[in-house]
Design a protein around this ligand. Structure first.
Ligand code: NAD
Length: 478
């Protein structure tokens, strides 16, 4: 494939969709055509193969690591474990990471990795071999390191895999003080950070809450302001989908539909997300859950049921020109990367809907990964040094105010005021602040020119402008 002219290849379209979106948004900027081309292009594409032993035979594994942009270092992005993964997809996801980081002001370039396997077909030992060998291949080519390129979990991978990567990198780089900053999304016991596991889903829920809080925008699409009572369908009950559903429900929304690859369930009065999750864990399927009023064998039927908000949080290309006409939701919040095709997006906006784009909606993961990386470089947990000091200061203040006023606080009031922030509270507060500020940055751009048309274009315009400034600051561009 011609890596920077993907439209030349009929087989591939995800990267070209991202490029089309870039080209459209670029019209609303004033940058030199060469600079725009540099921002859009994938800088490095490393495709490799390695053998592993499976039972009594050997198998050759296809793998990739793409570093899309080096306007900031390190580059950052998850590793996808999927038998469907291909070079085009990894390039598209790497590009989205560049724009995503810029949108939420995380100082990284974008990257992504892919290992072409179905993780369910391998034993834990085989998965460990694959992950460690993948890491070694990256080390050999200088494609990983705390100041070079920092992987994280994605579809099909999680804390366990990140732990193997951290251990392999640290073992191969003895004495490197910052070695554990070479990968994020690690278990807490291996210097991960509180709140990372749920960060992407929590970020999706905050993004949706912020979007629906703007009465003026909700009126235009025929919804009332506020999340309370809004009906939501979520596709995917993995890391992003499960936590999106959990936090949306905690914030007051009603989860009416859940869709997995084996099928979908629906109840207009609401589903208990935790109970469905436990049901799937014990039976292997969401089907058969007693609290569902309707069941669908095809996950796609689940997306088309009545709701206000649809959260696709499984894979790309789920909402296309073929099924967009049947989607009842007024808002699509993209938990997954690339779930909506450009044609479907156009049709959805024309029909009076609104899409909270992946580049922003699922940026909570990389935001907290950034906090984890900072923690690893500083070698201290957030809150460790100042927590007790803050508590003592707060206590002195409370005692003084009580002494002056003569009004004693209740033990609960006292504990609430005195308490210093834990790592989890600091992480969640930083995440919330990032998601809220970024939403309004995007919305301001969206409102500034009706021709921009969509929140995705607005997010992209903002990202392009920020990345252009980085290149100009590097002195690469006048
Ligand atoms: P995951 O592997 O934890 O979960 C994915 C879930 O989707 C699984 O439960 C799987 O069974 C389900 N699924 C697969 N095919 C499906 C189908 N056709 N219909 C319905 N469900 C299906 O993966 P994840 O980490 O939750 O990632 C999901 C998406 O979110 C991906 O697009 C990923 O790139 C994106 N994302 C993930 C993160 C993160 O921090 N994990 C961050 C940003 C974006």
């Amino acid at each position: 494939m011609n890596i920077n002219n993907p439209t030349a290849d009929q087989e591939t379209h995800f990267f070209s969709d991202v490029c089309k979106n870039f080209d459209h948004a670029a019209q609303f900027t004033k940058h030199d055509a060469g600079l725009l081309d540099q921002i859009k292009s994938c800088n490095s594409v490393y495709r490799f193969r390695f053998p592993i032993r499976k039972g009594n035979s050997f198998e050759v594994i296809d793998a990739w690591r793409v570093e899309h942009s080096h306007h900031q270092s390190p580059t950052k992005g998850g590793i996808r474990y999927s038998e469907m993964v291909n070079e085009d997809e990894v390039m598209a996801l790497a590009a989205l990471m560049t724009y995503k980081c810029a949108i939420v002001n995380v100082p990284f370039g974008g990257a992504k990795g892919g290992i072409k396997i179905n993780p369910k077909s391998y034993s834990v030992g085989e998965l460990e071999n694959i992950t460690r060998r993948y890491t070694v291949e990256l080390i050999k080519k200088n494609f990983i390191g705390p100041s070079i390129d920092v992987p994280a979990p994605d579809y099909g991978s999680g804390e366990r895999e990140m732990g193997w990567i951290a251990d392999t990198y640290a073992t191969m780089n003895p004495g490197q003080l910052d070695a554990l900053g070479a990968v994020t999304g690690k278990p807490i016991s291996l210097h991960g950070i509180a709140g990372r596991r749920e960060a992407t889903g929590r970020g999706v829920a905050i993004a949706v809450r912020e979007c629906v809080s703007v009465g003026e925008d909700m009126q235009k699409i025929g919804l009332t302001a506020g999340l309370s009572g809004k009906k939501v369908i979520v596709q995917g009950l993995g890391n992003v989908g499960y936590y999106s559903a959990k936090f949306l429900s905690e914030f007051g929304a009603v989860i009416v539909g859940l869709c997995e690859f084996e099928g979908a369930i629906y109840n207009e009065d609401g589903l208990d997300v935790e109970a469905v999750f436990q049901h799937r864990k014990s039976t292997g399927s969401i089907l058969g859950y007693a609290g569902a009023k309707q069941e669908f064998k095809n996950t796609m039927d689940g997306l088309e049921q009545p709701c206000d908000i649809l959260v696709p949080a499984a894979l790309e290309n789920q909402i296309t020109a073929q099924n967009i006409g049947s989607i009842k939701a007024k808002i699509i919040a993209e938990g997954a990367n690339g779930p909506t095709s450009p044609e479907a997006e156009e049709a959805f906006y024309k029909a009076g809907g609104m899409i909270i784009p992946d580049m922003y909606a699922n940026a909570g993961g990389v935001t907290v990964s950034y906090f984890e990386w900072l923690k690893n470089l500083s070698h201290v947990a957030f809150g460790r040094i100042n927590r007790r000091f803050e508590e003592n200061s707060n206590l002195n203040l409370v005692n003084m105010v009580e002494g002056i006023t003569g009004v004693p606080l209740t033990p609960i009031q006292r504990a609430t005021i005195v308490k210093g922030a834990s790592e989890l509270e600091l992480v969640n507060s930083g995440l919330e602040d990032t998601m809220i500020r970024s939403y309004h940055e995007i919305r301001e751009i969206y409102k500034s020119n009706p021709a921009i048309g969509t929140l995705r274009n607005a997010a992209m315009v903002g990202a392009i402008n920020k990345i252009a400034v980085s290149y100009q600051n590097l002195g690469v561009w006048p």
